[in-house]
Design a protein around this ligand. Structure first.
Ligand code: 1GP
Length: 247
């Protein structure tokens, strides 16, 4: 069976654009979660990401269980912290927060969880995670105790992504943070894609088809949307169609 990562590489090679819905177990649970999963199935969403900066009410494990029971869409953990591991998911983005200088998030938490991850059957996708300033302080910036890269510092972003690739990371996820006022700017996406050859996920603050299409044209391979589809689940279909029309 091809791994999710080998599929991602093929998709990138063929210039196909993919759409991922991010589910935060704190914000979407119970019957609401079932509805969102149904909509993802109907809209042929490519990936469902699960994670949150801080889960207080929702159940992470139950969320994964519900998704796996009701959908064949690959379920990928996008962990907000090292507690968010569940072997029923298909893969986990092993995030190294390369835009920051918090050693725990660059390597510390990975050491703590490595043995557990090895025992699980999860596909591990080593990911260079880069926070980009999206116009306001986001939960991830506060919780990670790191400063995002300013959104007009193209060379810093491009060199950071390049260094990540040179270190052997398998993909880059540039995130303006959940609920960002402005998504990652197109110019910055283009500058980064000119430097790297690994797949690029873009998320944070994408609210409509125009922004999603712009990010794809700029070079994103996978568009991730959370907040906007939490507020209006009908967007799932619109975004999926818009992104898939490109490639
Ligand atoms: C956040 O990239 C994700 O880490 C998605 O952001 O919730 O703003 O869509 P939004």
């Amino acid at each position: 069976m091809p791994t999710l990562y080998s599929k991602l590489l093929n998709q990138k090679k063929e210039n196909q654009k993919k759409f991922a819905v991010l589910i935060d177990p704190d914000a979407t649970s119970g019957s609401e979660l079932n509805k969102v999963v149904d909509r993802c199935n109907e809209a042929h969403v490519d990936y469902i990401l699960v994670g949150g900066s801080l889960i207080t009410n929702g159940s992470f494990d139950q969320c994964i269980e519900t998704i796996k029971l009701n959908s064949a869409i690959p379920c990928i953990i996008f962990p907000g912290n090292s507690f968010q591991i569940n072997r029923e998911a298909d893969a986990i983005l092993l995030l190294s927060l390369i835009s920051g200088r918090n050693a725990e998030l660059l390597i510390g938490n990975h050491v703590l969880t490595a043995a557990q991850l090895k025992r699980s059957a999860l596909e591990i996708i080593a990911t260079g995670y880069m926070l980009i300033d999206g116009g306001r302080t986001t939960s991830v910036s506060y919780m990670s105790n790191t400063i995002p890269i300013p959104s007009d510092k193209y060379a810093i972003a491009a060199s950071t992504a390049l260094a990540g690739e040179m270190l052997g990371l398998k993909m880059i996820y540039m995130d303006a943070g959940s609920g960002a006022l402005q998504p990652v700017p197109s110019k910055l996406i283009t500058e980064v894609t000119q430097q790297i050859s690994i797949p690029l996920f873009i998320g944070g603050g994408i609210r409509n088809e125009i922004q999603a299409i712009e990010a794809c044209h700029a070079g994103a391979d996978v568009i991730v949307v959370g907040n906007a589809v939490e507020k209006d689940a009908t967007l799932i279909k619109l975004l999926s169609q818009a992104i898939h029309r490109i490639g």
